[in-house]
Design a protein around this ligand. Structure first.
Ligand SMILES: [Fe+2]
Length: 303
């Protein structure tokens, strides 16, 4: 198998969206049988299951579910019929069969960009026809590889009006999920990429984006990682959140790593050591269970 990154990856990394080509869809792990197997061997309690409202203006919230009793084959059936988005996080760690694919993606990106990729985390995303992932941003660096189906991703310039710094700080402090306030007018500033199997991309850290599946089940690989630069920036934003909360100052994101960013990052690490790590459990509770007997495969737990 191969993954090819563009020639300008070294100069464009962290500044531009980079498009890659690959043939990872050839893997037997991504056929229906392969996906059912992955869902069977992946720790079920770690499987994130979401359903979403339709994209509208303002802040959109997502609803979280669970599937303790279904087989991988039944979960796959529910995804094909329902309006679901499944995330097998850290699948390269929990399912060793996926490790060579993760290594191929991250090693080729590392070679092409000239940046060491750390904290490598490959998630398998399996999602229903027509599902959309609301306007949001991710704290780590991300690359997204399309394996099956078709989807459109819109990326937006990383500006204060489109991704307010205080929202990014709140996400880092785990005070909110990654969703951001969205306005239709933002789309005038967006770049749309139609992703088909064989295509992949990576974008600059904190760049807002949203995703819309075509009318087919989608399988994608979301590959999160950190570079030295992205770790410093995340930690500097952590400290900015503390400054904003304790003073009238309004610190902004700074892309240029200099002495101030490094000092802020060092302070963040010291603060985390004293205050304890931010809890990793997201604030959204589980409110539904997958059930193939239901028409949309969703049974509310607290109806
Ligand atoms: Fe994302």
């Amino acid at each position: 198998m191969y993954v090819n990154w563009p020639d300008h990856s070294e100069t464009g990394f962290g500044r531009d969206v980079l498009l890659a080509q690959h043939n990872l869809s050839m893997s037997e792990l991504f056929t229906d049988e392969g996906l059912a197997h992955l869902l069977d061997v992946y720790p079920r309690e770690s499987l994130h299951i979401w359903t979403f409202g339709s994209e509208r203006e303002g802040v959109n919230s997502s609803v979280r579910g669970r599937a303790p009793k279904l087989s991988g084959k039944e979960i796959l059936e529910a995804v094909k019929r329902g309006h679901l988005w499944l995330n097998m996080r850290r699948a390269n760690i929990d399912v060793p069969e996926l490790a060579p694919i993760a290594d191929l993606i991250f090693d080729t990106l590392q070679d092409a960009s000239g940046r060491k990729t750390r904290k490598r985390d490959l998630s398998v995303l399996i999602s229903s026809p027509n599902v959309n992932v609301n306007y949001h941003l991710d704290i780590p660096m991300v690359s997204l590889f399309q394996i099956r189906g078709e989807k459109t991703i819109w990326t937006y310039p990383r500006e204060e009006s489109l991704a307010p710094s205080d929202f990014i700080e709140d996400i880092i402090h785990m005070k909110r999920e990654e969703d951001l306030p969205y306005r239709k007018t933002f789309d005038e500033r967006a770049t749309a990429f139609k992703l088909k199997p064989g295509m992949g991309l990576t974008w600059p850290q904190f760049m807002p984006h949203r995703v819309q599946n075509a009318n087919c089940m989608n399988v994608s690989l979301s590959c999160e990682f950190q570079t030295l630069n992205s770790i410093v920036k995340s930690n500097a934003m952590y400290t900015n959140g503390l400054i904003r909360g304790a003073t009238p100052l309004k610190p902004a994101l700074n892309d240029n790593i200099g002495p101030v960013s490094v000092a802020k990052a060092a302070f963040a690490r010291a603060h985390k050591a004293v205050a304890g790590q931010v809890p990793r459990t997201p604030p959204t509770p589980v409110t539904f269970e997958l059930d193939t007997a239901e028409e949309n495969c969703v049974r509310q737990l607290y109806a």
